[in-house]
Design a protein. Structure first.
Length: 255
């Protein structure tokens, strides 16, 4: 446990040196303030515009960081041979792997929290409103980013960085559009394709199942059972990907 915590803290500290949190802080303020100015020229309310752009920016930033930093998380350690030094100490492969992932998840958590607080502070300053459901949506955005982190690490252990990034982004785009695909006339009448889509969501993330943003942005009622289904789905995927990662990394040739 101590080795796991040490690796987590080391990873978090190393990524902090890239000043990713400072950049996230500055960008989140700049985006939301510019959005407020743009809202003056639209028919939408300021709260709606700030919520929409704030959550969208948070989503893109957290997923982008998860993919583009996550692809290097383990592969760089192997290429730079620092992994050999770590494993020469009494650090197991699993402690190293999940310590690195935990450190990266803490970075993603920090990005989401900073962006959520900034957006709500600006919203409060402009409209005297703080939206609690904004933070709920932020939680599900964090889960999306964590799922993408697991996926890109799995792919980086199986392929090179370029292919891993392209495949990860493709999976993300498809996962966001699955609910739309089911409504296409040529697809919803095709039983075979619908079965393929159902099989896909058991293996790869169907982000429409955990998309809480749309209920916040458009003020729609949340369906009964949404939270139970979404959380169970996320836990099942993370557990599956965690086991797969452990198996792949344990059997990874480091020579």
């Amino acid at each position: 446990m101590l080795n796991y915590l040490n690796v987590s803290f080391y990873t978090f500290k190393q990524i902090l040196k890239s000043r990713i949190l400072l950049v996230s802080f500055i960008l989140s303020i700049a985006v939301v303030v510019s959005t407020y100015i743009a809202a003056e020229f639209t028919y939408l309310t300021q709260i709606r515009v700030i919520t929409d752009v704030g959550l969208g920016f948070m989503n893109l930033l957290s997923v982008g960081v998860a993919v583009f930093l996550g692809v290097n998380l383990i592969s760089d350690e192997i290429e730079n041979r620092t992994l050999y030094f770590m494993l020469s100490k009494p650090v197991s492969r699993k402690s190293f792997l999940f310590g690195k992932i935990t450190g990266m998840v803490l970075i993603l958590l920090s990005i989401v929290v900073i962006t959520a607080i900034n957006c709500n502070l600006i919203m409060y300053f402009i409209t005297s409103t703080i939206r609690a459901d904004f933070f709920v949506a932020s939680f599900f955005i964090l889960i999306e980013a964590v799922l993408m982190l697991f996926l890109v690490i799995i792919l980086s252990l199986l392929s090179n960085k370029v292919i891993s990034v392209i495949a990860s982004l493709s999976i993300y785009i498809v996962g966001c559009q699955l609910v739309t695909l089911r409504t296409v006339t040529s697809i919803k009448n095709n039983e075979f394709v619908l079965n393929l889509i159902d099989m896909y969501r058991y293996l790869l993330p169907d982000f429409s199942l955990i998309d809480f943003k749309k209920y916040v942005i458009y003020s729609h009622a949340v369906p009964d059972g949404f939270f139970t289904t979404a959380l169970f789905y996320c836990v099942a995927l993370v557990a599956t990907y965690g086991v797969l990662l452990a198996i792949l990394f344990d059997n990874k040739e480091l020579n």
